[in-house]
Design a protein around this ligand. Structure first.
Ligand code: ADP
Ligand code: MG
Length: 678
């Protein structure tokens, strides 16, 4: 019995070498091959030449009425021409340049299809492609994603063979109710029309089915994982409500409505008997830390330990310090576990963790190393979750018995998209900034206005402000980044002399050096912090109100937004100065976007528009999978519908017992374990 899971090696003419080559395109099974869809189609529907305009792209079918004439000249240059009778239009001339091999397909009295550009004055077609009538070419020609190991022609041949041999085992995965509701094709017909469409309308219809199928299967997998996790018993973190409320009262500000909402969402999960798996999304400065602190308190009140993992030592240290303040006077004992500890300190701390003497352990990935065992880990918090791989997140989770998991991110993916992408997690969004925040004023200055940037900085410093100065980013060279920052630091030191203190922060400094500078900056002893992008994530000094970024056009929108988010964290008016001479329209658009809005979601939306979904979502950061056919931005509506339908199906009792759904059940069993993140 054939199966779409058969290796491509089963196909005729496919030896080990070809198997290897196909693998470079991600094609291992016959099923992979059949879902290796064309990236574009050439329409072979004939054009009426009598009404064609000059320079129009045309496709004509006709009979060859002359011997092909071939002339060669120069290095590998050639010209081939022949005459063709085309219905109403009569005799036209056809010319091909530099495709000498086409000559053998041109024989008098034979029919050919010619694709090319119409040259009206000369009544001539400048040909690009030629298909002999007796070749088995389709009415609409497909072009596949190929590479240097696998040629178009090979793909065409193999896909044809695979379809002929396997079409009878192509089972339809989409439930019939959905196919009827959205007028989608059977899977076999869809695959046939994707590769060998009858015409472009059918190709489009097949693409719609393929996109829906892709979205639906993706959502089905994610939600099946989520349901499985749900079923898995988790901890019931039964804290005392009154005690938690008492703690919340000690917070020196009123939570925003959005913060209250997500605190409730988290607390409900903590108390419930299933494992929490929640993503907390909020723009920079929206106040995720205090929300996390409330969750920490709840877990500690119920007698559990909490681990909070941050991507960098600076961030971990900062979290530990902030949280120690928040929790002073409570029985939350905060410890910081990073690679910076001496072996002895590390051992001591590890002992305390194992004994349960500390109940909030903040750290870097040192938290998940062997030799770190927890007494009773109840809650795991992961800050800037996209900076960790699935494995690291899983390792931390496994340090306890089904601890609840709260992941946090400031990467602003448009909301709808995030909810759809992170289908295996529940998503909470803080979509509101604390009251009293003044929007950061952003100005774009040209390179030759550098002096006015300095003047502005002087003026702000005189008024008591603190500032960050970010040096240009040199791609792929940390060494040069460091040199840039060091040079800039020297220049600023000279510029300010003894009046203001200048600090330097870059990735090559050791942890002690970094900690000293950070501390001086927080304490107001250093007024100007010159830095590379190490400050991009999370660094929090509410007194810093100026962000000056040199060569800002070298940064992407997401990064600029993160950098800008380092200021505007207090009540004072903050400013962001972008110094840049962008060379491209896209670069200009980025600067203009930054000036126009401070809303992270708007920035993210603009980023999507400027770079395209593929680039933005293909980033490791986004966590979005690569879809082959569907476009999660352009077809967002469809993705959402597929999501809802997948959820409904899974929620239907006995859906997996129905005969018609068996192919889908099999599919799910096969793919459930694949994780689609990272
Ligand atoms: P982020 O979401 O970027 O991690 P933080 O948690 O660091 O944001 O919060 C940014 C700043 O806003 C902090 O200084 C924090 O104390 C303050 N903050 C948080 N929530 C509120 C609130 N509801 N009202 C006033 N200030 C708040
Ligand atoms: Mg934060």
């Amino acid at each position: 019995m054939r199966s779409l899971q058969d290796s491509v090696g089963q196909l005729k003419g496919v030896g080990p070498k070809t198997v290897e080559n196909l693998a470079t395109l991600g094609i291992k099974t016959v099923g992979d091959l059949l879902t290796h869809y064309p990236s574009r189609y050439d329409d072979f529907a004939p054009t009426d030449l009598t009404v064609a305009k000059d320079k129009q792209k045309v496709t004509v079918k006709g009979t060859v009425v002359s011997e092909p004439l071939m002339s060669r000249y120069g290095y590998r240059r050639s010209r081939m021409s022949f005459r063709l009778v085309v219905g109403q239009a009569g005799v036209v001339n056809v010319v091909y340049f530099n495709q000498p091999y086409l000559k053998q397909q041109v024989e008098p009295n034979h029919d050919v299809t010619v694709l090319g550009t119409w040259d009206a004055p000369r009544q001539q077609i400048l040909g690009t492609k030629l298909v002999a009538a007796d070749s088995k070419a389709e009415a609409v020609g497909a072009t596949y994603p190929a590479n240097k190991h696998v040629r178009q022609a090979t793909l065409r041949k193999l896909i044809r063979q695979a379809f002929d041999q396997y079409q009878n085992v192509i089972a339809t995965l989409l439930p019939i109710s959905l196919r009827q509701r959205y007028q989608l094709m059977e899977r076999r017909e869809m695959i046939k029309q994707m590769h060998f469409p009858t015409d472009t309308t059918m190709a489009e219809a097949a693409k719609r089915t393929a996109a829906f199928e892709e979205f639906f299967l993706f959502e089905l997998r994610l939600q099946a994982i989520r349901r499985a996790n749900r079923k898995e018993e988790g901890l019931q973190i039964l804290y005392n409500n009154a005690e938690l409320r008492d703690f919340i009262k000690t917070i020196p500000f009123e939570l925003t409505a959005a913060q209250k909402r997500v605190v409730n969402e988290i607390c409900r999960d903590l108390r419930a008997p299933y494992q929490m798996n929640r993503l907390l999304q909020g723009d920079v400065g929206s106040g995720k830390t205090i929300v996390a602190a409330i969750a920490v308190m709840a877990a500690v009140l119920a007698g559990y330990q909490v681990a909070l993992m941050a991507p960098t030592e600076i961030l971990a240290a900062q979290h530990a310090e902030k949280l120690a303040k928040v929790f002073s006077g409570t029985h939350v004992e905060v410890a910081l576990l990073t690679g910076a500890l001496t072996a002895k300190q590390h051992d001591q701390l590890a002992k305390a963790i194992k004994a349960g003497d500390v109940n909030l352990i903040v750290g870097t990935h040192a938290l998940i190393q062997n030799g770190v065992d927890y007494a009773n880990l109840g809650l795991v918090i992961i800050d800037e979750q996209h900076r960790f791989g699935v494995n690291q997140r899983q390792q931390l989770r496994e340090k306890g018995e089904h601890p609840d998991v709260l992941a946090m991110t400031a990467t602003p993916i448009p909301r709808t998209l995030a909810i759809t992408a992170y289908g295996e997690m529940d998503v909470s969004v803080i979509d509101e900034l604390p009251a009293g925040r003044q929007p950061i004023k952003t100005t774009w200055l040209k390179g030759n206005q550098g002096q006015s940037a300095l003047d502005f900085l002087d003026q702000q410093l005189r008024a008591g402000a603190q500032a960050y100065v970010v040096s240009p980013l040199i791609e792929e060279s940390e060494n040069l980044d460091v040199k840039n920052a060091t040079d800039l630091y020297a220049r600023f030191k000279e510029h300010f002399g003894p009046t203001y203190q200048v600090g330097l922060l870059h990735g090559r400094m050791n942890n002690d050096e970094k900690a000293v500078v950070m501390k001086d900056f927080q304490a107001g002893k250093v007024q100007v912090m010159v830095a590379t992008t190490v400050i991009e994530v999370g660094v929090d000094n509410p007194n810093a109100t100026v962000m000056l970024i040199y060569d800002a056009d070298r940064f992407g929108l997401a990064q600029l937004h993160q950098l800008r988010g380092r200021v505007g964290r207090g009540k004072r008016q903050s400013y962001c100065l972008l110094v840049a001479d962008p060379k491209t329209d896209e670069g200009k658009a980025r600067m203009e976007t930054m000036v126009a809005t401070t809303d992270g979601f708007e920035v993210a939306q603009k980023d999507l528009e400027l770079r395209g979904a593929g680039d933005v979502l293909g980033d490791r950061q986004s966590g979005m999978p690569d879809f082959k056919v569907g476009d999660p931005v352009g077809d967002l509506k469809m993705l959402q519908i597929a999501r809802a339908d997948a959820g409904n199906l899974l929620a239907t009792p006995g859906w997996d017992q129905k005969d018609e759904n068996q192919p889908l059940v099999l599919y799910l069993q096969r793919h459930q374990l694949e994780t689609h993140f990272d």
